[in-house]
Every structure is written in C-alpha cells, then in structure tokens.
Ligand binder design. Structure first.
Ligand SMILES: NC(=O)C1=CN([C@@H]2O[C@H](COP(=O)(O)OP(=O)(O)OC[C@H]3O[C@@H](n4cnc5c(N)ncnc54)[C@H](OP(=O)(O)O)[C@@H]3O)[C@@H](O)[C@H]2O)C=CC1
Ligand SMILES: CC(=O)N[C@@H](CCC(=O)OP(=O)(O)O)C(=O)O
Length: 348
C-alpha cells in the first residue's frame, strides 16, 4: 500500500516542486493538494507543468483536510505552519518546507523572523556533518522534518567539512550568493517583476540581516565549530529563474596543509551521491544542477589570501527544498534514499 500524502501550499513553487518529485515516487499516492487564495481551482490551472496530476483540485488548507494522511507536507509562508502542528499530531510524518521548525533558538527566531516560536524538528539535510556523524542518522525513523532554507543548506554544506575538521576558522566566513527569484516564491512582488530583474543583478538583505544567517550558524555549530561562527552573508538576485551559486570563503587555520584541507571535504562527501566535490581546479555551474537533487562543490585554496574558497551550485527548489524534503522523507520511512531523485541536471 502506498503512503497517502497531502501537500499544502500546492499552488506555490516549493509545493509544486514537491509534487513534481513525488509524482514519480512509486511508494506514495498524492491524495490531497491544498492552497489558500487558489483553493477551489484545478491544480493544473496553477501548475500547468504537472500533467500527471490533472485530476486533482486545490482544497482549502485546514487541519481537517490535511488530517488522515500518512504524510503531510507543509509548503506555506513563514509563520503559517506552526498553527497546524497540534492538529496534525496523529499524522505519522509531517514535513515543513518553511522556516517555522528549523531554529533551536527562540532568540534567533525573534531576531530574524518574529511571531510565535515553534520547536525545532529534525533538520532535513542528510549529508550535513553533526557531532562527527551525518544528519541522516537522525532522520531515520523521525516523524517531523524541517526542510532547510535553500541558501542556508548550500552554505552549510559548503563549509561544514572544513569546520568539523578544524581546517578553517569559522569566525570570519564570507558568503556571496547569486540566486534566482523563484527562491522568493510565486506571490506578486514588484521588485521581482521581470522588468526589475532582467539584465541586472540586485543585492538584498545586505549587512547581516538575512534570515538564513542563524540557520547557517546553527548548522556549523552542530558540525563542531570551535569558537563563534561569524558570517558576512550577501545574496544577489540574478536573472535565472532557479539556482544558487554560492561562493563561501574562510581563513585557513594555522599550520594546516593543502592536503589536509582537501581531505576534509573528500572524507565528508567522497561517498555521497547528492553532494559531490568536483576534481581540483573545476567549479560548478548552476545549469549542472537544474532539476537535480545535487549540490556540486568546487574547492580552491588561496594561499595568497590565506583563505579556502568553496563554490557551490544548487537548485534552490530541489536540493534546496523539495529534493531535500523527499530525500529526508525516504530516510525517515526506511526507503532507498535516492528514490524519485536524480543527480542529473538540465543543461544547457
Ligand atoms: N522557493 C524556494 O526556493 C524555497 C521555499 N522555501 C519555503 O517554502 C515555503 C513556500 O514557499 P514558496 O513555495 O516559495 O512560496 P509561494 O508563494 O510560491 O507559495 C506559497 C503557498 O502557500 C499558500 N499560502 C499563502 N498564504 C497562506 C496562508 N495564510 N495559509 C495557507 N496557505 C497559504 C499559497 O496559496 P495560494 O497560491 O492559493 O494563495 C501557495 O500555495 C516558504 O516557507 C518558503 O520559505 C524553502 C526553501 C526554498
Ligand atoms: C530570492 C529569494 O528571496 N530567496 C529566498 C530564499 C528562500 C528560502 O530558502 O526559503 P526560506 O524562505 O524558507 O528560508 C531568500 O533569500 O530569502
């Protein structure tokens, strides 16, 4: 018997991508899709690319509609998921694509989000190093998963190996990210109109204000950071609908050799399918991960600047959200981790 699934926020970008991936998953049946302003319309009118789901109609997002499924995925705006937690207590597996259950610190939540704080769930980044093991060990059998922020998981995966091995200094991280506007969701925002973003690159949330900063700090502390994690984080919207190209740098720890540095990343990801370190001297492009559940990393050691440089490419809607959610779901349920997920991108 397949697992029955309800996906809320199904008219949005994250919900749509979860449905695209789950529609190819042999162990689940997509039974219910819900939305807000678009409730009552056919799913396919909002997601015309999801041809195999043409029979589904968007229902209102209420606890009653979501209850009674084996799996519920919440892909709602920040601050909206928490209200369903109690009502979904009997649902065996709930996955939140939003930020409501990511942070362990109520102070960090108050500083970067505001509103009611909700407890942290198991973080949905299986390859992340945590206390010397991988996060996937914690995902086995879990009943509540918080899928990551796309920028946050890209930077955390980029730097966790170096932090865990003590070969970089986590007190002086600089990350600059080229990001596509689909990361901001589908609702109308004047600053994201095509006329505002085509032919230009727009920085936003500059100067320590981006909401993913505490999420990265939490991940790198978990990876074993010695001392404070300080990060200067600057995202820049560029005219590609999906994708993140994150360039993260940090000082090389004293006395560490080039071999020890590269070995840290090789050891962390050498056996991984969905997080891959490229050969020395090569760096990823966003097209290589488009539609794929892959994070591709390129590593350089800049001795003149005394910094390690990691360039990471991720599809924000796949490895950055929906793919991470499905990969984590597979682990939680004891299914093959790669099921319904691909490592191949869509290029050119
Ligand atoms: N886009 C991305 O790359 C990533 C997104 N996420 C997270 O996923 C979540 C969804 O984001 P995204 O898909 O981009 O956003 P969208 O704006 O594209 O979609 C939002 C969805 O939520 C529904 N919705 C809006 N308001 C409410 C409400 N008050 N109650 C119930 N449903 C509501 C909308 O329904 P309707 O259309 O009917 O109004 C729509 O289905 C967010 O928390 C986001 O931060 C996480 C990582 C990456
Ligand atoms: C272009 C753009 O705005 N991108 C979003 C990424 C959103 C994301 O990763 O999801 P959460 O909002 O759930 O954390 C941002 O930078 O906030």
């Amino acid at each position: 018997m397949p697992y029955s699934v309800a996906v809320s926020g199904a008219s949005g970008y994250a919900g749509g991508e979860i449905l695209r991936i789950l529609s190819a998953h042999p162990d689940v049946e997509i039974r219910t899709v819900t939305a807000h302003s678009n409730a009552g319309t056919p799913l396919i009118s909002q997601q015309p690319h999801l041809r195999s789901l043409a029979h589904l109609e968007l229902q209102p997002t209420t606890p009653d509609v979501l209850a009674g499924h084996d799996i519920v995925v919440l892909a709602l705006p920040h601050g909206q998921s928490g209200q369903y937690t109690d009502a979904l207590a009997d649902v065996p597996l709930v996955i939140d694509a939003g930020a409501d259950h990511r942070l362990t610190s109520a102070d960090a939540w108050a500083a970067f989000y505001g509103g009611d704080f909700h407890e942290a769930w198991t973080y949905g980044v299986p390859e992340l190093l945590v206390d010397g093991v991988k996060q996937r060990e914690r995902l086995v059998g879990t009943s509540r998963i918080a899928a990551p922020g796309c920028n946050a998981s890209t930077v955390s995966l980029s730097l966790a190996p170096g932090v865990a091995a003590g070969v970089i200094d986590p007190g002086d991280i600089v990350s600059v990210l080229a990001v596509g506007p689909s990361g901001a969701g589908k609702s109308l925002k004047p600053n994201l109109l095509a006329s505002e973003i085509l032919g230009t690159a727009n920085p936003y949330a500059v100067g320590g204000t981006h909401r993913h900063i505490p999420e990265i700090q939490q991940a790198l502390v978990g990876a074993g950071a010695r001392g404070d994690v300080r990060i200067s984080f600057t995202p820049v919207i560029v005219p590609m609908s999906r994708g993140i190209l994150a360039t993260s740098t940090a000082p090389i720890a004293p006395g560490v050799s080039d071999t020890e540095i590269r070995d840290a990343w090789e050891a962390a990801y050498g056996d991984e399918t969905f997080v891959q370190l490229l050969p020395e001297g090569t760096f990823p492009r966003t097209a290589d991960v488009l539609g794929a559940n892959t994070a591709l990393l390129g590593l350089a050691i800049d001795r003149a600047a005394n910094r390690v440089v990691v360039v990471a490419a991720v599809d924000n809607l796949v490895k950055g959200t929906a793919g991470a959610a499905v990969q984590s779901m597979n682990i939680a349920l004891g299914l093959p981790e790669h099921r319904a997920l691909t490592v191949n991108g869509v290029a050119p």
